[in-house]
Write a protein that binds this ligand. Structure first.
Ligand code: ME8
Length: 647
């Protein structure tokens, strides 16, 4: 049977600088889906690449004293090398300076020009050089660029324009009718809001005398193509010229992953360019959130740019892949810190995953010399584990459709917990004491090994090296990317008689002393060490940003509310944190009726140690202001999804 094509893309990154953790984030996210879809039997095409034209790149080349082509030839390699280190399984890597790309850009420009979709006019207005965007007087904020706040230059020149404005109405309709076209929902609403204003035509040229580094327009070689018009076409130029794109089977893309910074260019510029060219729109554009570092924007001048190569050297590839996608729900902003990373390594990876594999292999060695025994009869005690496996596999598949990475991992970890509980409950060490018990022991250890195999396949898209190590220790020769999801649909695929062997710990714990050393070494840029800053702040009764960031404030949506019996003040709430639900007790019963609270988004202190109030556990605290007897809940003057960080 012919495999179903599945096309997934990342943005193509500017080669004005070296890649950082933000670039790695989108690329790893796309890689995980690509790997999962391959396991599920799809014909996957996963594309990434580099954006090599335009002002930013020309400027960066100038600063390094190189010709632009030499600069991009040198720098794009850094991205390729990093993706190899991260085990990114892209099928192609496109560079916008390649002929195959330039040809298609010129083909599309010519077609649109001949069809009257592109025209020339004199333009007078404002231009933001770093963003390479034109703005009208009314767009400016305090005379500066509304996007980045930087200074704008006045421009008066003749340019070519794409008739983008005429596409507004059908685009609004398309977005309204296709819920998945722009995700998450908050971003979709943002674009619908943007489209309430009239849509301007798009300037798609730059005079050569101002910017020489670009693709010359096919109908006027005094101009080069605007870098965004050029770059967006990479998603289709990779499939060949216009006629070939339709036949390739890969267009439209199933998912186009981007950061929230480039949502307008994708959901408005790109969508209208495709429509005018006569090509269908991608099925989904997903704009994920923004990573900060210890609460600050990553920036060269602050010196806090997280260099992925250093992280890989220190912690290993799979740990970083896991952390980035587990820590923050996809779509929300996240904060990177070494402390949180070490926390995840110790709790999720060493304690949980490492533990299940280790104790299973250890007991197989001890009681069966490493030979996987034949399971005897399956008993009542085994059924919950087997049922949990089926439930998790099914739910994980649904969650992939929503790109809910962090929920997928939480789900897989539920199965891991079930595996550890199974071993605790069946107590193999007691079974080993009698001959009768030994029959049951064979089944228990067989099932534990099978659980490890299921987990290896489920985590393979996120942690491919770990999955292979697990397979090897379980005595399975076939590398995981040559296996398929089919093998976990039915319990009991692993063959009795396989020779298992315990290797080194896959995730050793980072002990407190080592962790302290790592944390001490990560000073932020030229800032004084954290300990000094803290002493200075304490003197004045102030706290540092690091102190503040220790409080994990999150947006939380109230799902249920009821008064606590026998209490005048307490209301019991169930709140949604995006990835989990919590029970929280709040002393607001004199100010609010429970019914008033349902559906509200509040601010939750999410890392407060749970306490018991009137015999009920409260897993966090919601923020409210008060004046005498008046209590008013803190909140937001707009809609926000649950689970986002409040800073
Ligand atoms: O915009 N957090 O390229 P770019 C999360 N060439 N993601 C981040 C991030 C951060 N702090 N920083 C960067 C361009 N990213 C254009 C794209 S596509 C036709 C042209 C990621 O090098 C995120 O995916 O500035 C963001 O959208 C992308 O890098 C921007 O990369």
């Amino acid at each position: 049977m012919k495999k179903k094509p599945f096309f997934i893309t990342t943005p193509i990154y500017y080669v004005n600088d070296v890649p950082h953790i933000g670039h790695a984030y989108t690329t790893i996210a796309a890689d995980v889906v690509a790997r999962y879809k391959r396991l599920a039997g799809h014909d996957v095409f996963f594309l990434t690449g580099t954006d090599e034209h335009g002002q930013k790149v020309q400027q960066a080349a100038g600063q390094s004293g190189k010709a632009p082509q030499t600069h991009v030839d040198d720098l794009h390699v850094r991205f390729k090398e990093l993706w190899t280190r991260f085990n990114i399984s892209n099928n192609d890597f496109i560079r916008t300076t390649e002929d195959r790309h330039k040809k298609v850009v010129r083909e599309i420009l010519l077609k649109l020009f001949n069809e009257g979709e592109i025209y020339q006019k004199n333009y007078k207005g404002w231009y933001c050089m770093p963003d390479e965007r034109f703005w009208t007087e009314k767009d400016l904020v305090n005379g500066n660029c509304p996007e980045c706040g930087r200074k704008v230059d006045q421009i008066d020149e003749s340019n070519y324009f794409f008739k983008m404005g005429q596409h507004r109405d059908w685009l609004v309709e398309h977005i309204t009718q296709n819920e998945n076209f722009i995700q998450p929902k908050s971003r979709r609403n943002e674009i619908l809001g943007f489209l309430k204003q009239p849509l301007e035509d798009l300037c798609i040229s730059r005079p050569k005398e101002r910017l020489a580094w670009g693709i010359p327009l096919p109908f006027d070689d005094e101009y080069v193509t605007y870098v965004w018009f050029d770059a967006l076409i990479n998603y289709i130029s990779v499939h060949g010229h216009l006629e070939q794109i339709k036949d390739s089977g890969y267009w439209p893309a199933a998912h186009q992953l981007i950061g929230k910074d480039i949502l307008t260019t994708h959901s408005v510029y790109w969508a209208t360019m495709l429509k005018a060219t006569g090509l269908p729109l991608p099925q989904n554009i997903f704009a994920h959130g923004w990573w900060t570092v210890n609460g600050q924007k990553m920036s060269k001048s602050v010196g806090n740019v997280v260099e992925p190569n250093h992280l890989i050297d220190q912690f290993g590839v799979d740990v970083i892949r896991y952390f980035l996608l587990r820590e923050v729900p996809f779509g929300l902003d996240g904060d990177f810190s070494h402390k949180a990373l070490i926390g995840r390594i110790n709790s999720d990876l060493a304690n949980n995953l490492g533990n299940l594999l280790n104790r299973t292999l250890n007991m197989l060695k001890k009681y069966f010399k490493g030979d996987l025994p034949n399971p005897d009869t399956t008993g009542d005690e085994d059924a919950p584990l087997i049922a949990k496996s089926a439930e998790v596999i099914k739910e994980v598949d649904t969650l992939y459709g929503e790109l809910a990475y962090s929920k997928i991992l939480a789900k897989i970890w539920e199965f891991l917990d079930a595996g550890n509980i199974y071993i605790n409950d069946t107590a193999p060490w007691n079974l080993a004491k009698s001959d009768e018990g030994k029959k049951r022991l064979a089944t228990v250890l067989y099932n534990s090994a099978e659980a490890c195999r299921v987990i290896a396949i489920l985590i393979a898209p996120f942690m491919p090296e770990t999955a292979d190590k697990m397979m090897e220790q379980l005595g399975i020769d076939t590398p995981v990317d040559k296996q398929s999801l089919d093998s976990i649909q039915k319990w009991g695929w692993i063959k009795p008689g396989s020779q298992t062997h315990q290797g080194p710990q896959i995730f050793p714990r980072i002990e407190d002393k080592a962790a302290a050393k790592i944390l001490e070494a990560v000073t932020i840029g030229s800032d004084p060490p954290a300990s000094e800053k803290k002493a200075e702040a304490d003197d004045k009764g102030q706290i540092t940003i690091e102190d503040f960031m220790k409080v994990d404030l999150r947006t939380a949506k109230i799902l249920e509310a009821e008064k606590v019996k026998k209490s005048k003040k307490l209301i019991k709430l169930k709140v949604d944190l995006g990835t989990e639900q919590r029970q929280v007790l709040a002393g607001i019963a004199e100010a609010y009726e429970p019914e008033q609270l349902i559906g509200r988004t509040v601010i939750l202190v999410a890392n407060l140690k749970p306490v018991k109030l009137m015999g009920l556990e409260s897993q966090g605290m919601i923020l409210a202001g008060s004046d005498g007897d008046t209590i008013i809940l803190g909140g937001f003057d707009g809609e926000l999804p649950p689970g986002g960080r409040v800073k």
